[in-house]
Design a protein around this ligand. Sequence first.
Ligand code: CP
Length: 341
Amino acid sequence: MSELPKTSFTRKDLLGTRELSCEEITHILDTAESFRDISRREIKKVPTLRGRTVINLFFEPSTRTRTSFEIAAKRLSADTINVSAQTSSVTKGETLLDTARSLEAMSPDLIVIRHSSAGAAHQLARTVRAGVINAGDGAHEHPTQALLDALTIRERKGRIADLKVAIIGDVLHSRVARSNIHLLTKLGAHVALAGPGTMLPEAFGSLVKENLRVEKSIDAAVENADVLMILRVQRERQTNAFLPSLREYAVHYGLRLEHLKRAAPDAIVMHPGPINRGVEISSELADGASSLILDQVANGLAVRMAVLYLLTGGTHLAAIDGSATTVSAKKDSEKEVHSGA
Ligand code: CP
């Protein structure tokens, strides 16, 4: 593990990218880079969060985010507990806040929550002493997704500032789009949005003050773009008939090789997953040489390790070598160095 960044991170919770400063975002990304090495070792475990407890509270289905948080916590030696809505007392009528209070009584250090209601993570953060990480709240925010996207872009392009990013598809229902719009425009990327009119209200153009525009066509948005970020059609959040049929969506708004050809010569293709092959993205694009979809998943692990570490009070302590000597994260800023994984 390379040297950890020296600045500190003082937040109790990570609820969105809207409230993060450029310095905080860069600090998380730099810390994530330091953690990337752990997953490349033969023994993928360090004692950094030994004695800490992380509860994953998922009220919506998830493959990438839940697994990634669980593996991240385990690689840092935290104790992890997974609670899903289907197997919890929520099915007996318990409210989110009563569930949270019961979990709080068991003294967890962090609660990771995914919920279908926008604002659920904020409500939880106001209720419990533990740090809260928003793993996606309705169509509102998904901050660790935007952070892992930024890490992936930075890794491939060397920077975020001045890049042209096209975000295409079901923007209206996408927490990934919102979190990315806040994060990428803050870091100086120029973001263009495109999608069906029913899924991209004009008002989105004023979500942030600078570096954001709404384009009328996909062709206009992808022209010379450095990054094509494709969004899943979120049928589970659509209460009205936002599209006539998936086949028509694929014909008019599905991203194909012809769109990539209009982009910058070394453009990259991204999608947060899960992908609907042949709907919002063709297989040739999803599996092609420009696709970074699986790099995004890999970087998600490093970002979540960084977030778990920083929210439990992790600070720079020492230059770290590859021999599993690592730092301990302590809320009270006491500093300690552990040797051996
Ligand atoms: N990108 C993402 O949030 O995927 P999951 O729904 O599988 O967690």
